[in-house]
Design a binder for this molecule. Sequence first.
Ligand code: SAM
Length: 225
Amino acid sequence: MISKLYIVATPIGNLGDVTLRAIETLKNVDLILCEDTRQTKKLLDKYGIKKELLSYHSHSKLSKVEKIFELLEEGKDLALVSDAGTPGISDPGTVLVSKVISRVSLDVKVIPIPGPTALIAALSASGLPTHEFTYLGFLPHKKGREKIFKEITSAKRTIVFYESPHRILKTLESLQKFVPDKKVCLARELTKIYEEFKTGTAAELLEYLKQNPEKQRGEFVVIVA
Ligand code: SAM
């Protein structure tokens, strides 16, 4: 019996950003694999979905993966969601999907249910060139970080990456050093109450965040033209 693993995109903030197909899928599967059950429950409660949840994250033990394999072998249909956006885009989804696909004994159809992802939402409203872009995920914290900024110096395409609020000032300082003249867009808290797009040189954005410390909080997508 072929079982199905649905890769379901969920909102990146605003719980209204979920597709009809995503809701139907979450209602119909046997079990939902998620990162943080509390986070996923907020979405399920909003849409009146009662479903068994099994947490899966980057530190999950091998036994958890084996358990997921067993469920699929039994013919169960599963949905994989992450805390926000599209599973597999800078979150643990990638590893699971790759393990399921490479497990030859499994007869599983992997089906994407597309929806929000922060980098695309950010690009779409940034006003910066989007016909070609390179997505870097999260930048390395130490080793390889300087090399990445050097590569951005000579980049021919728009660069997009994710950044945490703890490192945003440090990252802007590096951009100021390596690409002082390039346009940078900070897309913060997308689809949420304090959503904001701010574009300028890295120096201008640094100044702006230092003057307004509350704007250093939240989730960021950084785009370099
Ligand atoms: N899977 C997600 C996606 O499809 O975008 C990304 C997950 S990754 C673990 C989390 C990072 O995505 C955050 O640190 C932030 O950089 C970015 N992100 C997620 N939601 C966001 C939002 N509402 N506004 C801005 N950035 C967001």
